[in-house]
Write a protein that binds this ligand. Structure first.
Ligand code: ADP
Ligand code: MG
Length: 329
């Protein structure tokens, strides 16, 4: 079975950034409000993620590392309205098959913490007692140590870290209520406190996207609403457009997406005001009934499928266009 995990790992675990994405999603699914991420050498040597979420029971620890063991889908209908971020039950199994992994966890009602360790695919996990506060800590060392062919695809430490940081930024933008800390080689790179007021929210956008963005951005704080759709967030002014598409965040029900239909609607809204070849900058949040959107299209590509594509497209376009039209000279 561990070989099957390694094969699956080829799909889920591409680089350190994909490990961080899966671990962060698990922490958020577990209801964590504080997440600390420690990274060494761009994540290739070490990724350690600690959360204060619900934790895992002792007897469930080995299960968490086995393939298709997910605690998140209890009935088939859940698949129709998937709210949790991870639901395929293969991330931890995949990661553990290509790294040295330690999973430590403690539930609030448990008298102590427990731990399992694995080294690649040849070991069955053994549970032992450990010291840890409530929550979960996943330590991933020496990623791809047993799959040299994959290790060769790793870029420089700085490049891997940039990818990893981008994952943290996206999730930090999607969950302003959660505090995040990211350290690289012992240095604090991001320290994001939970945001409750609008001012705190703007401060978080500012630390993630840079003050230059938020200082001039148009805020959609009126929360445009129509037919059960809600859109809010920040739009960069045309003058803050970029030549690279590095500041484009669009979240659907809290999940970052890249979608042709959405991209088209945004581009159209900016169409009359943008110079050719420039890309608008934005952080936008769309909320709608989860049954109207299919997030299970591809596990890692952030694709979605809207049941009412036309409606969603026109709503986004109209809302953004109205805001832009207001500031046009
Ligand atoms: P999935 O997230 O798709 O269920 P994973 O392989 O990512 O699959 O995780 C397997 C299981 O391990 C989860 O369903 C969950 O029960 C448990 N788990 C993993 N990470 C955490 C965490 N940080 N806190 C609590 N439980 C966790
Ligand atoms: Mg998961």
């Amino acid at each position: 079975p561990r070989l099957a995990n390694q094969i699956a790992a080829g799909e889920v675990v591409e680089r350190p950034a994909s490990v961080v994405k899966e671990l962060l999603e698990n922490s958020l699914d577990a209801g964590a409000t504080q997440i600390e991420i420690d990274v060494e050498q761009g994540g290739m040597k070490l990724i350690r993620l600690r959360d204060n979420g619900g934790g895992i029971e002792e007897q469930d620890l080995p299960l968490a590392l086995s393939r298709h063991a997910t605690s998140k889908i209890l009935v088939l209908e859940d698949l129709e309205a998937v709210n949790s971020l991870g639901f395929r039950g293969e991330a931890l199994a995949s990661i553990s098959s290509v790294s040295r992994l330690t999973l430590t966890s403690r539930r609030a009602d448990a008298s102590s913490a427990w731990q399992v360790q694995t080294e690649g695919r040849d070991m069955e996990p053994v549970v032992s007692p450990a010291a840890h506060p409530q929550g979960t800590c996943v330590e991933v060392r020496d990623l791809f140590f047993n799959t040299p062919a994959r290790r060769k695809f790793m870029r420089t430490e700085q490049t891997e870290f940039k990818h990893l940081e981008e994952v943290v930024k996206r999730l930090a933008l999607s969950r302003s209520d959660v505090s995040f800390q990211l350290r690289h080689n012992g240095r604090v790179i991001h320290q994001l406190r939970p945001a409750r007021t609008e001012q705190e929210h703007e401060r978080r956008i500012s630390s993630v996207c840079g003050p230059a963005f938020i200082d001039q951005a148009l805020s959609l704080d009126m929360c445009a609403e129509a037919s059960g759709l809600r859109l809010w967030g920040w739009m960069g002014l045309p003058t803050f457009s970029r030549s690279q598409t590095d500041l484009q965040y669009f979240f659907v029900n809290g999940r970052i997406i890249r979608d042709k239909l959405v991209a088209h609607a945004v581009r159209q809204a900016y169409q009359d005001v943008l110079f050719h070849g420039r890309h608008p900058a934005f952080v936008l949040y769309l909320e709608l009934d989860p049954r109207l959107v299919d997030v299970n299209v591809h596990p890692t590509k952030h694709e979605v499928r809207f049941r009412e594509g036309r409606l969603v497209h026109d709503f986004i376009f109209r809302t953004l266009h109205r805001v832009i039209a207001d500031v046009r000279p």
